[in-house]
Design a protein around this ligand. Structure first.
Ligand SMILES: Cc1ncc(COP(=O)(O)O)c(C=O)c1O
Length: 452
């Protein structure tokens, strides 16, 4: 590896960073991370901090998960790649299919379709939803509904159901036939409703209204995150997802749970849908499925969907979709080891306990710092602080101030993530109580510096 002077000098010069302006990456060179262990990352200058971002919502078991590393290494020696397109399979992916079927059985899922990541999983689910209706003779069902503020990756289908203009505007026109309803976001919503239960009812009413307007027979699926994550950690009232389920069922619309960040324990439950007592028709997973150590994902399909495809005699159920890396044996081996370790460590329980501590600490910070407009979370280890220039008007904070919070928090011991007006926390699920306190005190330092 080149020395640190070379790396710093060339930082961002010959590559573009996702989700960043290239000029900004040149003006403000990214932190160069060179090592990690446990829940801590280390930069090129040797500065070590608790990773409040958990990689990118994916390193749930931390950076030192030996079973996953060993599984990857063993699989690379045994079979580093072979495709599972028609006619071939591999041992690791067969075993993984069985394990996932068991893990997701309480969600009503019975089959897996493997992908290379979250955006692929979303794209796969959207496409299979249309195909499902075609097999059943309902060719007219092609539209998709979703939530404003939702994040579903950046493929064109996913961006089309995304509910945030930042991921859409420069790439329009997107897929036709995608419509959005208001998110159950109590801090800002078009109904000016702050009561979570009443807001959930209003959003459900908006969903009913949109279905009536579009015509139920034109809609293939509704896609939602059980707790909206990248859009600013927006947990809905407990009545919301069950309400969506009921409306979708009554209208013959498939419900796709985008569980790319919520599957495998982050909410304190094993899946986000299970957290709300809902069985969706499909679940998109990725990220923590391999602890982030290998790019991999899976779309889980309900038994009813599986039966429709498997019993088809028309030929329409032939799947004209898949990725070179679908069912990659190294990813499958990583996922097998990761699932075993996730279950052994019962990370969902730790996520719930540490998440409660985090939420309580963030509420205390809100009492101290005017710049915090809203604290969100309360469901496992996913939290956001929404910063405002003024609490009464809720005017957006300026970029420099929120960047300062992040920078000082980093210097004070924790990496946190800035997304728009929000500071988002999605740490590894193996975090200890002391690690929670490190993140909170780093944030306190950051907020103090920005408020000075
Ligand atoms: C809910 C959700 N869906 C989809 C994606 C896209 O996943 P990927 O970045 O692996 O393509 C993400 C990524 O953060 C996500 O949070």
């Amino acid at each position: 590896m080149k020395d640190s002077n070379f790396l710093k000098e060339h930082n961002a010069r010959s590559l573009w960073h996702p989700m960043a302006h290239p000029a900004d990456s040149l003006a403000n060179p990214p932190t160069i991370v060179t090592g990690a262990s446990g829940v801590r990352i280390r930069d090129i200058d040797g500065h070590e901090v608790v990773d409040g971002v958990g990689g990118l919502w994916n390193v749930n078991l931390g950076y030192s998960c030996a079973p996953v590393k060993q599984a990857i290494s063993r699989q690379l020696d045994q079979l580093p790649y072979y495709s599972i397109f028609r006619g071939t399979s591999n041992d690791a992916v067969i075993e993984l299919g069985e394990e996932l079927r068991g893990f997701f059985a309480p969600d009503g899922m019975g089959r897996a379709f493997f992908t290379s990541g979250g955006s692929d999983s979303v794209e796969t689910a959207l496409r299979l939803a249309r195909q499902y209706h075609k097999i059943r003779g309902q060719e007219g069902r092609s539209k998709y509904l979703s939530l404003k503020k939702g994040y579903h990756g950046t493929h064109t289908g996913g961006a089309s159901v995304n509910g945030n203009a930042n991921f859409r505007t420069q790439y329009e026109p997107l897929l036709p036939g995608c419509f959005h309803i208001p998110a159950p976001y109590t801090y800002r919503n078009p109904f000016n409703e702050t009561d979570p239960e009443r807001l959930a009812a209003l959003c459900l009413q908006a969903l009913e209204d949109e279905i009536a307007f579009q015509g139920a027979g034109t809609i293939a699926a509704f896609i939602m995150e059980p707790v909206l994550g990248a859009g600013g950690v927006i947990p809905p009232h407990e009545s919301f997802m069950p309400g969506v389920r009921e409306i979708c069922t009554r209208n013959g619309i498939l419900l796709i749970a985008d569980e790319v960040i919520t599957a495998f324990g982050r909410t304190g439950s094993w899946t986000g849908a299970r957290h709300w007592g809902v069985q969706p028709d499909m679940m998109c997973t990725a990220k923590a499925i391999t602890n982030g150590y290998f790019p991999f994902g899976a779309v889980m399909l309900s038994e009813a969907i599986a039966e429709t495809f498997e019993k088809d005699t028309s030929g329409k159920a032939a799947i004209g979709h898949g990725y070179t890396y679908s069912g990659h044996p190294v990813g499958a081996a990583a996922a097998l080891a990761c699932l075993a370790e996730t279950l052994r460590l019962k990370v969902n329980e730790n996520a719930a306990a540490r998440g409660a501590e985090m939420m309580a600490g963030l509420q205390v910070l809100k009492d101290r710092f005017e710049v915090i407009g809203d604290v969100r979370g309360g469901h496992g280890l996913m939290n956001a602080l929404e910063l405002v220039a003024d609490r009464d008007s809720k005017a957006a904070i300026d970029k420099a101030t929120i960047a300062r919070v992040q920078e000082v928090a980093y210097q004070s011991g924790a990496m946190v993530r800035v997304s728009g007006n929000n500071i988002i926390l999605s740490p590894p699920l193996v975090l200890t109580g002391e690690d929670v306190q490190v993140i909170l005190s780093a944030l306190e330092a950051g907020l103090g510096a920005a408020s000075a």
